[in-house]
Design a protein around this ligand. Structure first.
Ligand code: NAD
Length: 458
């Protein structure tokens, strides 16, 4: 798309906001209801596009993308009235007589930049939150998941006036044109490399940003864990979208004494969930493209393979692979983002805290353990975005919990009311009475005024 056209989309939204600075709650609700209906109607096309882009089967597409967006819309429709209400705040004596409150106000024009791995969810969920909070949206989805981007373009055009929400399809050039404009908010999901570019561009206009990035999310299993159940849930989380999930367990860090049992159970679970030959299983997703395929394949060191290791260059599928790893291995040097699972061991739980805290702060952390003491130790002493005890991934499916990373894995959070808050600036207002006017703060000061000031401010 050429630069002029991109800029005119932005100007169109600016002009609209100049005429209608506050988009009414009623209008927000109507458009979200419309969006819900249109997503339902277009579900077959969305599933087809996800199949073409990532070979996701219909159930996985509904469970991990479409269904979550619908549930976010339902949440907003149920809670929007309350979220948009003024929130009363305490007025201290120094402000007497007055009422104080905070009220949510939209930022204005929001740019959402989304990645390819959950292309529908990671575009539409922030869009729903931004619209609920009263903003206009320009969505720049990934060019890698081109089929889904095209369907979203149709869906958005069908649901919204372009001055309310629109899409800009394209890649780096289009995204750069957008990032060079004076935007009111940027919500970015993707790699750390591009996250840095976004932050750099945002600083030009002091534009607030949310960055949703990734990292190496550890999955800790101690000797008290229910090993078969842990294996089942680890395989579920690791192999969703063939490991191309920001919150997938990146590696398993397990207690030495249960390692062999855990590896055996994980092997059985892979076969149970994906058959003896996942490479020919039509419900098993592929790598996004050749580059990603080669990058993940490179992490499989022949002499470390405990299970799997085969690949299919024609379909870009990589067999679920378990590696016997150390922290020095290739697979432990960066986020894997594929179906390769290194297994590392520890002797005592204290080692885990030290090791995890010596690495970049992960987006997610999982601990499988029946020991409250171990759970508490790891949860309280390790820094991470969010996570689960005795499960993987499921914290993202709860829109009563904020979802986001910390430092290298992200800045800010969303989902449910946290999403609404992310896309809102809260104005703090003191509404003063005209009836009484306390004299203490006005010049000239004297002893009595000073006494009162000291009395109020302590
Ligand atoms: P990416 O950073 O390559 O691309 C993301 C978006 O940025 C795309 O829309 C792309 O077109 C755009 N982009 C790419 N290069 C750009 C540039 N030079 N200038 C401006 N825009 C540019 O990310 P990806 O490969 O699509 O996603 C994978 C990464 O995203 C992984 O690290 C993963 O962990 C992370 N991720 C995080 C979350 C989360 O919710 N925290 C979710 C999914 C993925």
């Amino acid at each position: 798309m050429d630069t002029k056209k991109i800029i005119s989309k932005l100007e169109n939204q600016r002009e609209f906001l100049a005429k209608e600075p506050v988009i009414s709650v009623q209008k927000r609700k109507e458009t979200l209801k419309n969006l819900y209906k249109n997503i339902k109607e277009m579900t077959p096309q969305i599933c087809e596009a996800l199949k073409a882009d990532l070979n996701k089967c219909e159930t996985e597409s509904y469970m991990t993308e479409i269904g979550l967006v619908l549930s976010e819309i339902s949440y907003m429709l149920r809670h929007m009235r309350k979220l948009t209400k003024k929130k009363r705040a305490y007025s201290p004596l120094s402000n007497f007589p007055a009422k104080s409150y905070r009220v949510a106000s939209a930022y204005g024009v929001v740019l959402i930049i989304s990645p390819w791995n959950y292309p529908f969810l990671l575009s539409m969920e922030p869009l729903v939150d931004a619209i609920a909070a009263g903003n206009t949206v320009i969505l720049k989805p990934s060019s890698v998941s081109a089929n889904t981007s095209k369907v979203m373009e149709t869906l958005i055009a069908k649901t919204f006036e372009p001055e309310h929400a629109t899409t800009v399809l394209g890649s780096v050039d289009e995204c750069t044109v957008l990032l060079d404009q004076d935007l009111d908010y940027i919500f970015y999901t993707g790699s750390m490399r591009v996250g840095k570019i976004v932050m750099e561009k945002a600083k030009e206009h002091f534009t607030p940003v949310t960055l949703e990035m990734g990292g190496k999310s550890p999955c800790i299993v101690d000797e008290t864990a229910n090993i078969p159940l842990a294996a089942k849930r680890i395989v579920f989380g690791k192999l969703l979208n063939a490991g191309q999930t920001c919150v997938a367990p990146d590696y398993v860090y397990c207690q030495e004494s249960v390692r062999d049992r855990l590896v055996k159970e994980i092997e059985c679970e892979i076969i149970r969930q994906y058959s003896v030959d996942p490479l020919t299983n039509k419900n098993y997703p592929k790598m996004k493209n050749e580059k990603q395929f080669n990058a993940v394949r490179e992490l499989i060191e022949e002499n470390k393979i405990l299970f799997g290791g085969r690949v299919d260059e024609n379909t870009l599928k990589i067999e679920p692979t378990i590696l016997n790893s150390t922290f020095e291995d290739r697979a432990m040097q960066r986020e894997i983002f594929g179906p390769v699972l290194p297994i590392l061991t520890f002797k005592e739980i204290d080692e885990v805290v030290k090791k995890v805290n010596s690495m970049s702060k992960p987006l997610a952390l999982y601990i499988f353990s029946k020991s409250k003491e171990n759970q508490n130790l790891v949860l309280s002493q390790c820094q991470f975005g969010g996570g689960c005890v005795n499960d993987t991934i499921m914290h993202i499916a709860n829109n009563h919990l904020a979802f986001g990373g910390v430092k290298q894995s992200g800045l800010g959070a969303y989902h449910g009311k946290f999403g609404f808050e992310t896309f809102s600036h809260y104005k703090s207002v003191v509404k003063k009475s005209n009836l009484i006017d306390m004299p203490f703060r006005y010049q000239p000061f004297n002893k009595v005024k000073t006494w009162f000031i000291k009395f109020f401010l302590k």
